[in-house]
Design a protein around this ligand. Structure first.
Ligand code: SF4
Length: 387
């Protein structure tokens, strides 16, 4: 069935049990969205979008090396609904038996039975939004679960047979101490996940968290403390045998996220669902953000594209550098030039020289990379390549 075309596939599920006060992702509480009836309509719309895209010249017969079910919280939906859409993907695309199939899940929305059903449907990687093993921190984050429930979710995943588990953790939370963060890392390590992702809390405009910080009800994240927490992550996780292979990601040998690896390599991908992005053939487009409007458009047989743009060579290059420099190995200049049709030094020679002279970038043996000790401030480096 494969035509030689290859694309990663991302499916967005914009529902959660409750909205976390720091979150600006495209998701809404299931109840407010219209409950499971609305989610069912959304899933049917997703199936229509899948069929429409699979029938286009860009994607017909494409092989799919990685599939990612993200959100939101995909696991607020019944497992057989998720199995249904995975089965449809297998009918429309060449999803090989080796494909990495990840589902994002939050503690409080999964048990052993549900995870077993997802594994039976083909899922082979579960990414759990644990965020912390401190109940006080979880309350501050407005999460739906406590630390014991997070541990129970890990145990349920293992009991169901999940052999590839990621734990997402957040640091830099108002009133969180370095000691608390180290304890969270240690409890995560005790559970022996194959992969750990650590994210600095970002205060996003318009969120309840931002309002609390603006009015002084909560302190703003402390950059120095966050830097210490970032350093502690590297120290503990690398000390336990994980490789720090990307700015925010750690993996046991051979357990790096294949889906994200493709993303950081600026490989093409098809995103389906409300607010999902796509990148194919030098074109980028994104879907309508509202799940309700998205659903109605597809029920009327229309692709729900909100915005599309053709990327210039310079844009493509800038994005390839911004993504690739997140990885420990950085980028190979020749590979980037072949991919983008323009060499990094043709478009960004001044920036590269300046960053190298500031010690923020290393150029060696045809590669460019950000030195590890500068990873915490890597946004400064990556921002230089905004096209
Ligand atoms: S569970 Fe995740 S996606 Fe849902 S509201 Fe919380 S942070 Fe946002």
């Amino acid at each position: 069935m494969s035509t030689g075309l290859e694309t990663s596939l991302y499916l967005h599920f914009p529902f959660c049990l409750r909205k976390c006060p720091y979150c600006d992702f495209a998701s809404e509480p299931l109840d407010e969205a219209g409950g499971l009836a609305a989610a069912r309509r959304y899933l049917d719309a997703l199936a229509i979008e899948l069929d429409l895209r699979a029938a286009t010249d860009e994607f017909r017969g494409a092989s799919v090396p990685t599939l990612y079910l993200g959100g939101g919280t995909p696991t607020v939906l019944p497992a057989d609904w998720l199995a249904e859409i995975i089965s449809r993907i297998k009918q429309r695309f060449a999803l090989s038996p080796e494909a990495e199939i990840t589902v994002e899940a939050n503690p409080g929305t999964v048990d052993e039975e549900k995870i077993a059903a997802l594994l039976a449907a083909g899922v082979n990687r579960v990414s759990l939004g644990v965020q912390s093993f401190s109940d006080a921190v979880l309350r501050a984050l407005g999460r739906i679960h406590n630390a014991a429930e997070a541990e129970a979710a890990v145990q349920a995943a293992r009991a169901a047979g999940c052999a590839n588990l990621n734990l997402d953790l957040i640091y830099g939370i108002p009133n969180q101490s370095l000691e608390e963060w180290r304890e969270t890392l240690q409890r995560a390590l005790d559970l022996q996940p194959e992969h750990v992702a650590t994210y600095a809390l970002s205060v996003e405009p318009g969120t309840p968290l931002a309002a609390d910080v603006e009015t002084g009800r909560l302190p703003a994240p402390d950059d120095d403390l966050s830097a210490d927490m970032y350093a502690a992550s590297g120290e503990l996780l690398c000390g336990a045998g994980y490789s720090h292979y990307e700015i925010s990601n750690f993996a046991r040998p051979g357990r790096e996220s294949q889906h994200n690896r493709r993303y950081w390599a600026n490989a093409e991908y098809l995103g389906l669902g409300a607010s999902a992005h796509c990148y194919r053939g030098g074109l980028r487009w994104n879907n309508l953000p509202s799940q309700g409007v998205y659903t109605v458009w597809l029920e009327r047989g229309r692709l729900p594209v909100a915005r599309a743009e053709a990327l210039s060579q310079r844009q493509r290059l800038g994005e390839t550098l911004m993504l690739g420099l997140r990885r420990a190995e950085g980028v190979n200049e020749e590979e980037v030039a072949n991919l983008c049709g323009i060499a990094p030094r043709e478009a960004f020679s001044e920036e590269i020289d300046r960053l190298c002279s500031q010690g923020l970038l290393i150029a060696a043996a045809g590669d460019l990379r950000v030195p590890r000790e500068k990873w915490f401030i890597s946004n400064e480096v990556l921002a230089q390549f905004v096209p």
